[in-house]
Design a protein around this ligand. Sequence first.
Ligand code: SF4
Length: 582
Amino acid sequence: TEAQKQYLAGFTMGSDVARAVSKLPVLSNSVSNGATISLDANGVSLDGNAVAAGPDRFARIAQQKVKQNGGKLSKEEQAKADKNPLDMWDEIIARSDAGEFPKGTDVFLHKFHGMFYVAPNQNAYMMRLRIPGGMLRSWQLRGLADLSETGAGGYIDVTTRANLQLREIPDDGARRVLYGIRDLDLISLGSGGDNIRNCTASCLSGIDPDELVETIPLAKRMHHYILNHREMYGLPRKFNIAFDGGGQIAALEDTNDIGFRAVEVSDEHADESLPAGVYFQLTLGGITGHKDFARDTGVLLTGDECVEVAGAIVRVFIQHGDRTDRNKARLKYVLDDWGFDKFLTAVEEEWGRPLRRIDASRVTLPHHENRLAHVDFHRQRQADRHYVGIVLPVGRMTASQAREIAALADEYGQGEVRLTVWQNLILPHLRTDDLEAIKSRIEGCGLHWRATNFRAGLVACTGSAGCKYAGADTKANAMTLAKHLEDQFDLDLPINIHFTGCHHSCAQHYIGDIGLIACKVEQGEDTVDGYHIVLGGGWGDRQGIGREIFQSVAFDAVPPLVAALIGGYLETRSPDEPFVDF
Ligand code: SF4
């Protein structure tokens, strides 16, 4: 193909293959067991099997290696090998025009374009966007509100990756929403499937009085790097990247595959090779659904280095991640298998430069988190400017509420709306004189700017209202529990309650003070929705994986059980003792 010819343009055909291959680091890294490598006008072959010579060669070679070693690709991996999901645009549009939903493995492959066919819960598509750093313009939100009414269910969900989803898109509606979001300068490519998901950052970037460094610009740089390096779409499994600027609202970077955490090196610990200043600590392997946080690698990076190093990490993962077992296909398992030293050496080879490895004692970690800073009105770094964190009931807003938020951003702010990983949103740049008017406008559209200490930290995944994996209606159950607790208690310290519908752990139940994961519970001859309950999870300074305390509790029994826990805590705690320490 033309792409293959271009790729091979730097090589002399028929010359010494070894010398040519030495210019192809991915091949020389990957082929170590005596396989025969050949180059010809058609591309690269391993043991006579053609390997694509385009940007997806990293994934192709990894798939080839599995077969060479007698392994069997997982069903999803085989589907990707048979048909590149990035080449399915025409097929998706034609299917939409014919009024058909995808079948078989095409359901999985459609997710690479952000189109999720979510039967049987809804006979409809869900579309997930990519909004780097959660930063949105008012006209985009207004346009999405219109699109949700003309092409979807008339509401918009905020996700735990500071992202947006439209649901209830009919079989003939894929073209309308795919075109519609592009008209709004938004994209969905790679928001689902085996891809790098929405890149997150600290949502107060640039306005936080305490942050060390702005991170939304870095999330945007990462986003554009992914979009324009097609090999970034050849992963064995999904992948998360987050940037935390060390301010008041946690970006939860320690729950990501790659977490960049802003830290300081003081004059006292600086030298010529490490000038004093702000750096990013590289942490790797976070996946709380598998009970692991990202761990510090000892590597410090400047802001300018983060994106390229992330690219190198992803390329190493693409070449060495497991493609036979989906449960073992995340970065954590490469790290468990290799250890940090071997992995970082491979990253250095891929990047072409040594990483800056620094003893942890030379680094100062920030401690500015305020667990309630994502709701209510707060001062910004800028004089006479405030932001408000608007509470969305378990992350959902109607189209008319979204239009009102966009109008508030235009009338009182600077047309900016920011999404948070806590499933709510922030309107920044508000003047002191306008705050009372803004409060009444928020209340007027049925939303809130203040939340109880139960509702501020209430997180719920989609659940059975729209996800086929769910064991319970998590969003509805979360609202029921919050109401039950608010009716009985006036809580003075925040308690996070996370409802997740299955082991995929989209609501990260293991890091909640109280975490609930859905299950089916037998009651007599019936089976009802219920939960396993874990306690004592946390993130950042209070990092911890919750421990399972109650198993298979029918949902009817959950509110009184949690109320008993909270009641016991309030009666017997020491002054100011947080729930997690109780
Ligand atoms: Fe669906 Fe499971 Fe994710 Fe909930 S945690 S949205 S049930 S995949």
